[in-house]
Design a binder for this molecule. Structure first.
Ligand code: MD6
Ligand code: FE
Length: 217
């Protein structure tokens, strides 16, 4: 990145700069597959509907969730974990749709993780006001594997912190079609989503969806 010509000139606020080492910000990477992704999303949600899970502390999450792939992430009063069965349907989670898998593998490859094969896709659904408090993703076995995160629908502000909960966070705007890959030194950074602002997305209405692909097992 070049040095600004004048000290007063603000540094370009590119997300790739903000996110730092171990991450790749692929702006609009999912857009060419939009139609296939949206129809796949609808098919998954039909089979394993979105639901508001309960945290171990007894709180109902403002984000509604479902999963696809061999493993799905859940939370209930007994804790956080991955399961092979959807506890609502008592059936396996829906198969990971081909367009989902192809997108995740190609984004990971582009980001320098050529061996990534996801076995879990957690799908988060936000309505205006919904938020995700600061957390680490640490329920997976192998932290050498990255996470691929796809944003669809309403824009959101991603809060990206450090390796300690108290570290300061930067705010990163994420819009429809953006893909973020994070691994290596960024894999255990704290992160969250600021309360979603009101809005109407032309394809997805009053919702934001986030797909996170992991190698969980
Ligand atoms: C979200 N994302 O974007 C929440 N976690 O709605 C996450 O919690 C997340 O985007 C791990 C890796 C990538 C993510
Ligand atoms: Fe996360």
């Amino acid at each position: 990145m070049g040095t600004p010509l004048f000290p007063s000139e603000p540094a370009p606020a590119l997300p790739q700069d903000v996110l730092g080492p171990g991450t790749a910000f692929l702006a609009g990477f999912a857009l060419p597959q939009e139609e296939a992704l949206l129809s796949s999303l609808a098919a998954v949600a039909k089979q394993s509907p979105f639901r508001h899970m309960i945290t171990p502390g007894g709180f109902r999450m403002s984000v509604a969730m479902t999963n696809c792939g061999p493993l799905g992430w859940i939370t209930d009063r007994t804790g956080y974990r991955y399961t092979a069965l959807d506890p609502e349907t008592n059936q396996p989670w829906p198969e990971m749709p081909q367009p989902f898998r192809v997108l995740a593998v190609s984004a990971a490859r582009q980001a320098g993780f050529p061996n990534f094969i996801p076995d879990a896709c957690l799908i988060n659904r936000y309505e205006p006001g919904a938020r995700m408090s600061l957390h680490q993703d640490k329920d997976e076995h192998d932290f050498a594997q990255p996470i691929v995160s796809v944003s669809l629908g309403l824009p959101a502000t991603f809060l990206f912190g450090g390796l300690a909960r108290a570290d300061k966070t930067v705010r990163v705007p994420l819009v429809h079609g953006d893909v973020v890959v994070w691994g290596s030194s960024a894999r255990l950074r704290y992160h969250g989503i600021a309360p979603l602002r009101e809005g109407e997305h032309p394809r997805l209405g009053r919702f934001r969806y986030n797909l996170t692909f992991r190698k969980a097992g």
